[in-house]
Design a binder for this molecule. Structure first.
Ligand code: GLU
Length: 168
């Protein structure tokens, strides 16, 4: 396991989140990523390998916004690739997750049965796609998150951001 961090503020979030990830480097990791809200939209940058790789990506493709989350990953489910790097999500939500969702296979099958399409091999993406599913059913972000957390088995820490919901 490695680290997650997040910021809700008035200043540019990416440098603050990136510094948070730097401080978590000592725990070990294989990939890293950051998501922020840019004009209310979820945007992500992810890279395999060292934080410097993510840093270079961010130099080439800066990430604006004042609300953001970040992750350093130690893969438990799925190879340490950029695609499997967190944050995971959709246009409605992005999540970072440390830990293991032990019942993810059951949840994944349930979500696929209602039409959710997975992009990664991770257990963590089930969280994102379950929250997203509840959002599409009309639940507010807090309820969508709480409904999802009730279904998770395992040990985990999670942070989420929601499109159109800066500052929370
Ligand atoms: N189980 C998750 C994954 O493999 C999170 C691992 C972690 O804690 O970094 O992506």
């Amino acid at each position: 396991m490695c680290g997650i961090c997040g910021v809700v503020g008035l200043r540019h979030a990416t440098p603050i989140v990136f510094e948070g990830l730097r401080r978590l480097e000592y725990r070990g990791y294989d990939s890293a990523g950051i998501a922020t809200l840019v004009d209310g939209r979820v945007e992500r940058r992810r890279a395999a390998g060292k934080l410097d790789n993510l840093g270079r990506l961010l130099e080439d493709n800066p990430l604006a916004g004042t609300t953001g989350i970040g992750h350093t990953r130690w893969a438990t489910h799925g190879a340490p690739t950029a695609c499997n790097a967190h944050p995971h999500g959709t246009e409605r939500v992005a999540i970072v997750h440390n830990g293991i969702i032990e019942n993810f296979e059951t949840l994944r099958r349930e979500l696929e049965a209602v039409g959710q399409v997975f992009q990664t091999e991770t257990d963590s993406e089930t969280i994102a796609l379950m929250v997203d599913f509840y959002l599409t059913q009309g639940y507010a972000p807090r309820e969508a998150a709480l409904n999802t957390l009730k279904r998770l088995e395992g040990a985990y820490a999670v942070a989420m951001i929601f499109a159109g919901h800066e500052g929370s």
